[in-house]
Design a protein around this ligand. Structure first.
Ligand SMILES: [Zn+2]
Length: 391
């Protein structure tokens, strides 16, 4: 939840949707505070609040301190019982969670799978898990569903586009499965982008998030908005070529970043060492296993080189390195060292480089934000509320 802050003035009348946005983002305000924040006339404000109350979007909460002999009540966004269903798909597992509207997980389950399998066999158990988690809630209202995938996604439609990880999936596979199961609004987003949004701590922040798990993905959030690019491919850094004669990549070319620094590349190099999954590599890396640490350092160094240009171009507040491999402390340290060495001091000095969540928490948090934005965006509210007031 964003810290309470009251804008000096929004200048003139405010629509129902903008009013709700103000109430939601501040955590609740009194009528008097709303009057001074919006500059609206008392009659218009009260009429709009009445409509929002009647529609169940807001409620009158606890009394604030007495002002002039009258106790004023705080008007809050009505998040009571409202929940979001989030499905965060990785290449080898998925987390299905029911969250409150702030993204805190109420109930959650993690399932193993192989994302390279046909979409129907990957999605069916996740839909079942979602239905079962929702059925466990008493008196809850499902606001919407969010899905994240380790693949490029067209945000407008929720279609999967040109994926290297799931080439056999139809573009509309996920959107169809969700809309056929739950009659509520939904969003589909790339996993690193959802996580980047989930990792941001303030609306003003510019964050670059890199997920290093089986593959490598990057999400960029500039002042609260996800950067998607002209063709939805912004942050698709896994196949930047770091050396023409480098190791063979899954995409068929040599020397891609993923062929040096992804979890899959590490598994190939460590199979002889008896480490054949990411959990085992993560445990060995975190406990300081010498052979693993040397390989992690090399992988992180190449990733740091690839990221330096992005960092210099965007000048972000934070670089967050997440995913089960990326969040290993030694890996983060090496990425930080390389990036800081490779960019000019002016950019390095203001940059925080830190470990993100090793699992799916950030993506789930980001998916909840995306669903809430879609359902409760000012325009969405204005389109469902009839305005009888004369501004
Ligand atoms: Zn490649």
């Amino acid at each position: 939840m964003t810290a309470e802050r009251i804008p000096a003035s929004l200048g003139g009348a405010t629509s129902h949707g903008h009013l709700l946005e103000l109430i939601r983002s501040t955590g609740g305000l009194s009528r008097q505070q709303l009057l001074s924040a919006t500059g609206m006339s008392r009659a218009t404000l009260y009429e709009r609040l009445e409509t929002l109350l009647r529609r169940g979007f807001i409620y009158e909460a606890e009394s604030l301190e007495a002002t002039g002999g009258r106790r004023s009540r705080k008007i809050r966004f009505d998040d009571r019982g409202r929940v979001v269903l989030a499905l965060a798909l990785g290449q080898t597992h998925a987390t299905v969670s029911v969250t409150d509207t702030g993204g805190s997980q109420l109930r959650s389950v993690t399932l193993k799978h192989d994302i390279a399998d046909p979409s129907a066999s990957v999605l069916a158990p996740l839909l079942d898990a979602g239905k079962s988690l929702l059925a466990q809630g008493k008196g809850e209202v499902l606001v919407g569903v969010g899905v994240s995938l380790p693949a490029p996604v067209e945000a407008e439609t929720g279609f999967v586009t040109h994926p290297t990880t799931i080439p056999g999936w139809h573009p509309e596979a996920v959107a169809d499965a969700i809309s056929n199961t739950w009659p509520v609004p939904f969003v589909v987003e790339n996993d690193a982008r959802a996580a980047a949004l989930g990792e941001r701590t303030t609306d003003a922040e510019t964050v670059v998030y890199v997920k290093v798990a089986t593959g490598i993905g990057c999400g960029i959030v500039v002042e609260g908005s996800i950067l998607r690019g002209a063709h939805g491919a912004a942050g698709d850094i896994g196949h930047i070529r770091m050396g023409e004669n480098g190791p063979l990549c899954r995409c068929g070319r040599h020397g891609c970043l993923a062929a040096y620094s992804s979890g899959r590349a590490l598994i190939e190099r460590l199979a002889d060492h008896g480490l054949n999954d990411l959990d085992a590599i993560s445990r060995a890396g975190r406990s300081g296993d010498r052979q693993v640490t040397v390989l992690l350092d090399a992988a992180a160094d190449v990733l740091g080189r690839a990221l330096a240009a992005t960092i210099a171009t965007l000048n972000p507040d934070r670089l967050v390195v997440g995913g089960i491999i990326g969040s290993i402390p030694a890996f983060v340290d090496q990425v930080r060292g390389r990036v800081v060495t490779d960019v000019v001091d002016r950019i390095a000095e203001g940059l925080t480089v830190e470990a993100g969540d090793p699992g799916d928490q950030s993506a789930i948090q980001g998916l909840t934000s995306l669903v809430m934005r879609k359902v409760f965006a000012a325009e969405a509210i204005d389109s469902v509320v009839t305005d009888f007031a004369v501004p």
